[in-house]
Design a protein around this ligand. Structure first.
Ligand SMILES: *[C@@H]1O[C@H](CO)[C@@H](O)[C@H](O)[C@H]1NC(C)=O
Ligand SMILES: *[C@@H]1O[C@H](CO)[C@@H](O)[C@H](O)[C@H]1NC(C)=O
Ligand SMILES: *[C@@H]1O[C@H](CO)[C@@H](O)[C@H](O)[C@H]1NC(C)=O
Ligand SMILES: *[C@@H]1O[C@H](CO)[C@@H](O)[C@H](O)[C@H]1NC(C)=O
Ligand SMILES: *[C@@H]1O[C@H](CO)[C@@H](O)[C@H](O)[C@H]1NC(C)=O
Ligand SMILES: [Zn+2]
Length: 663
């Protein structure tokens, strides 16, 4: 129900409206990855390309080249979706990894192995090819896709006792795949997995070559029903496809045991068939502690005391170097892996609490970035060299030290509070209606603290509060962040405005599509490229004509364009420019636009925060902060209403009193 409070005071001269727009909610979007690491029977190993000693000697200097092969289901997509996938999403996602990763050149044609009946395979010492016991399957699948005959090698079999090994008589090998290091089979089927929690896509590898165990074939299924062609959802779709591709290229618990050091030697010992030990329970090969270590934290602070917690951490050398540098913590053991979530979420993603918007965490929440840490992991597989100029900056946790990277979010929040410092990126403001919005730390988006009341008490290890402002003591245990994978730690998050469960618009400043409708744009925001989030200050925004006043109840921050001319931040609000002379300066806004006088105020960030990089590129710097000079005049529009004005002012006062009484 839309709550519009209207007071008609005295013969329609004056109307005060308070806008709750109660049917519009701020909803946090979560999209959880549904990669499922392939089980033993879904992977074919030992695809022979060249002799091991030849490949080992080669440098990791050849840009990765991927071949895409479409299953016919892709061509059945509605035209708009097909074109989006074929012309934008896949080429961009594939091209990203082709620029970001280099491999040892694949000199030969790739011919994939056929699947053996009952997965019964013979590996023979000194023999380059693998053989099936008795027979090959009719079809060889890679995920949902049948591998075409032209990509397959001949069927090679031994008899039941492992003798008489030879290609099946009369069989011919397919032409194979040339000029590629990896073949990607793409399908677009509405599978059961698509219906689990808004899955957009999932992918995994399906074949590995014999000399270094590098994955050389994989599949991705795009879920037709959840692919959106809306421009503001493009970024999420693209990032999701990039994310899924990376699972197939190496970031998967099904591949950890096959990682190699920089000399090409296995990091996990091999048992006699040349493979690492099978972990029967996980149905995957068990990695050694050179790849992942279990780290115990004895002082894990939660509500009511400390507990002991363990974490699985990637301890590979480049990853360790990168995380230590990122957090500024020399004693950090490695990069923590996700411990929650079903199937493929745990162990195959970075821990959400520690790496929030890194794109290889298990759920998409906002502004995904592929950081140096993920590229370092790809290098540490031993199969790739990374092009670090493709890495995107990760702001989350940067430079926050060991307290942030090694302790619970409660310990972090408490210690910061004790020092009188901001607890960002965590937060403790309960989301309520009307919304009080904030900005994300990088100012890319209007955001809210995702602290919400859950339906019951959270498990003790996720209870992060002893007290929450304005919350009744005793019920703190029900409050936590809305992202379970982040250990329910509450943090500042982007959201989308919804009405009747339909997304009206998002809160990310970058997208034109997120601009509010003109008649709802009370704070004169402007979304689009180059727009950033600025905090509002003072009180609710007010819109006024000579006859009406509207007060807008959702407020707190908004997106505006700005520039850095003259070594200062200049904020643009509806065609006027306002200069920030120092951090914390309040800019009063009174602008006449679309027949309404909009009144509110913005808060200046420091010049360094928004302008330092841009100015440096032009050989300039931020000017030192000062008070605004006396000559500086802020544009202040006025309403000209003649005689009515004074009368309405009195009536406004009257109405305010009424409003106070009624609420
Ligand atoms: C699909 O994309 C490829 C490469 O971008 C292009 O050559 C081809 O024409 C596209 N197919 C269709 C049907 O649009
Ligand atoms: C590395 O990345 C840069 C910047 O994105 C790109 O220009 C360059 O071509 C890449 N290098 C390789 C070898 O792909
Ligand atoms: C496999 O081949 C060997 C050698 O020809 C033969 O002795 C053996 O009986 C065969 N085993 C089966 C089960 O056919
Ligand atoms: C609980 O852990 C925190 C760090 O997480 C530590 O500072 C504190 O001393 C511990 N408290 C007790 C009682 O051990
Ligand atoms: C800003 O200026 C442009 C062109 O000068 C005009 O079209 C637009 O309506 C103006 N916007 C506002 C909010 O005044
Ligand atoms: Zn994933």
């Amino acid at each position: 129900m839309t709550v519009k409070v209207k007071w008609k005071v005295s013969a329609s001269i004056f109307v005060l409206q308070i806008y709750f727009f109660g049917t519009v909610f701020g909803i946090f979007e979560h999209r959880t990855c549904s990669h499922i690491p392939p089980t033993e029977d879904q992977v074919i190993r030992g695809v022979y390309l060249e002799d091991e000693h030849v490949i080992r000697k080669r440098d990791l200097d050849h840009p990765l080249k991927m071949l895409l092969y479409y299953d016919e289901s892709v061509y059945r997509l509605p035209r708009e979706k097909f074109e989006l996938i074929n012309n934008t999403i896949l080429p961009e996602a594939v091209h990203f990894w082709e620029r970001a990763l280099m491999v040892k050149k694949t000199a030969n044609v790739i011919r994939l192995n056929r699947k053996c009946v009952n997965n019964q395979v013979f590996f023979r010492k000194g023999e380059s090819h693998v053989y099936c016991k008795n027979a090959c399957e009719e079809k060889t699948m890679c995920g949902e896709v049948q591998v075409p005959e032209s990509h397959l090698d001949v069927c090679r079999v031994c008899n039941a006792t492992g003798q008489q090994c030879a290609p099946v008589t009369g069989a011919v090998a397919g032409a194979g795949i040339t000029n590629a290091d990896f073949v990607f089979y793409i399908s677009a089927m509405e599978t059961d997995r698509c219906h689990k929690g808004m899955t957009v896509a999932y992918a995994a590898h399906c074949q590995q070559e014999s000399s270094l165990d590098r994955p050389i074939a994989g599949h991705a299924n795009l879920c037709p029903g959840t692919i959106s062609t809306k421009p503001q959802e493009l970024e999420i779709l693209l990032s999701t496809v990039k994310h899924e591709i990376l699972h197939a290229l190496g970031f998967s618990s099904s591949l950890y045991a096959f990682y190699r050091d920089s000399e090409g030697n296995p990091l996990t010992p091999r048992i006699d068939n040349g493979k690492p030990q099978l972990n029967e329970k996980l149905q995957t090969r068990q990695w050694s502690n050179k790849v992942i270590k279990t780290v115990t934290r004895t002082d894990w602070k939660i509500h009511g005391g400390n507990i002991t917690r363990t974490a699985q951490m990637i301890v590979l050398p480049r990853v360790v170097e990168e995380v230590q540098r990122h957090f500024g913590c020399d004693s950090l053991e490695g990069a923590e892996l996700e411990d929650q979530g079903e199937d493929g979420t745990a162990t195959t993603h970075w821990e959400k609490r520690v790496f929030e918007n890194e794109a290889m965490t298990g759920t998409h929440t906002q502004n995904p970035v592929y950081s140096r840490i993920t590229l370092a992991l790809m290098e540490d597989t031993g199969w790739y060299r990374a092009n670090y100029s493709m890495a995107e900056p990760l702001a989350w946790g940067k430079g926050l030290g060991c307290d942030f990277a090694k302790k619970s979010c409660k310990a972090w929040m408490d210690s910061r509070e004790d020092l009188g410092l901001s607890i960002h990126p965590f937060c403790n403001r309960v989301k309520k209606d009307p919304l009080e919005t904030e900005c994300t730390d990088d100012r890319s988006s209007v955001a809210l603290c995702n602290l919400v009341e859950h339906s019951g008490f959270l498990p003790t290890k996720y209870q992060n509060f002893d007290h929450i402002p304005h919350i009744e003591p005793g019920s703190e245990g029900k409050y936590g962040g809305s992202v379970a994978l982040a250990d329910y730690c509450p943090y500042i998050q982007e959201f989308s405005w919804r009405a009747k469960n339909v997304v009206v618009r998002g809160s990310h400043c970058h997208f034109d599509e997120n601009n509010p409708q003109v008649e709802k744009n009370f704070a004169l925001e402007s979304y689009g490229e180059g727009s950033r989030c600025f905090d509002h200050t003072g009180s609710m925004w007010e819109e006024r004509t000579c006859r009406q006043v509207r007060l807008w109840q959702h407020w707190g921050s908004g997106c505006y364009k700005y520039n850095c001319h003259g070594g200062r931040i200049n904020v643009l609000v509806a065609n006027y420019t306002f200069t920030c002379y120092q951090k914390g300066q309040q800019i009063p806004i009174k602008i006449l636009a679309d027949d309404w006088l909009h009144a509110g105020a913005l808060l200046c960030p420091s010049c360094e925060e928004l302008c330092e990089d841009e100015l440096r590129q032009n050989g300039a710097t931020c000017k030192p902060p000062t008070r605004p000079p006396a000559s500086y005049k802020v544009q202040q529009d006025e309403l000209t209403c003649g005689a009515i004005q004074s009368k309405s002012l009195i009536l406004l006062l009257l109405a305010s009193v009424l409003a106070v009484k009624l609420t």
